[in-house]
Write a protein that binds this ligand. Sequence first.
Ligand code: ATP
Ligand code: MG
Length: 444
Amino acid sequence: MVKSHWVGEVQSGMYDDQEVELKGWIYRTRGSNKIRFIVLRDSTGTIQCVAKRDTVGDEIFEGLKGALIETSVILNGHVNVDERAPGGHEIVVSSATIVGSVNPENPFPITQSAMENADGGETEFLLDNRHLYLRTGRMTTMLKLRSSAFGAIHSYFRDSDFIEYQAPCFVAGAVEGGSTLFEVPYFGRKDVYLTQSWQLYAEAAMPALEKLYTIAPSFRAEKSRTRRHLTEFWHAEMEMAWAGNSDIMEHGEGLVRHIAQTFLDERTPELESLGRDLDLIARYADNPYPRMRYDEAVETLQGMSVDIEWGQDLDYSKEKILTQDFDVPHFLTHYPKVAKPFYHRVDPDDEKYVLCHDLLAPEGYGEIIGGGERTWSEEEILRRIDEEGTPRDAYEFYIDVRRFGGVPHGGFGLGVDRVISWLSGAEHIREVIPFPRDSRRVTP
Ligand code: ATP
Ligand code: MG
């Protein structure tokens, strides 16, 4: 049952002039009553296969002739090196078995052009048929990039001696503010939500593990539908004891550069198939990321006649303008205290600011990381919570962390889907996740 030959291996020249058994799906098919040209797809690529009636016999030939797109088949044949064939190889079929057929009354609904090109899952029809759209070349590519991104995040943190740690998904307090909280029915209670971030629970484990990370889903009731927001997204977060804003930024930069480098090492053909400029990705992997204070960003934007006042958070429209001409990601640091929640540590040098950072990706993509130093003394956290008018109850456990040997610490959250969207050059974040969730869609 297990496969012994893969299309990608054949196309790489591993089996030239040998017999192979390929298992996969019919990607395209055409031909006459005597000869069929079948493009076979498996998870590693596509290859042209030629079946002649004279060679395979009437029964097999008729089966192949009637087989529709996405029929699953096993093809046995000889590997011919053929410069004219896409990928440089062609299979001369000697025998074939149809494994799972497709009913002609209910053919595969996704058109050939959508299968091959870049409409990126944008149409409602393709979103409704997302379960089938996953098989298209573009989506398969995105899923492979995802796998490399997840692998890179794990390897970065593990190689830097971070411990993987899991926080709960049901929580009773907000991290990112009440407006994006998802309330869940919970045995009659009214104060239970889906987590927006692991941060508060990571801080609780900080005195135990000192350097910790996770990759987990976070949930936010984002009402405005934008090209960079999902309601369920994958969040890579880290927390680190004995660290300040600058130390945390070094890891943010290290991680993003490592993901870019991993894409180059593992996924060059995929990036090329998306039309991505590899020099750009290499630039993101090789160069340091400059740091800019919030004030400078506001001045820059005002100089570009953007309507922004000091004290406002930068929304996407502003980040887009600011990042349009960036050559590499830039950190924005020292946001005004009024723009950020209580857990951000106030800058001891100037109380108007907090010691935080956002990492903004170039090409107009904007924020991919949010992080900073945490308010770590009991006295300061109580003052900040009261200033904000936040009820203390839900945060008692969080304040406790400061009551028993508080230490300077900090961390960040990276939107994994956002990073993949940027590095792949996607138009919309939902192009890079198998089953995107937004305010209107939880199916399929
Ligand atoms: P934004 O202002 O863009 O909504 P945020 O400030 O709410 O982002 P953080 O709370 O700092 O974001 O979350 C950390 C990271 O998680 C962000 O930098 C981003 O990469 C990612 N992220 C946040 N919200 C979403 C979302 N709704 N969908 C996808 N990724 C998200
Ligand atoms: Mg947000």
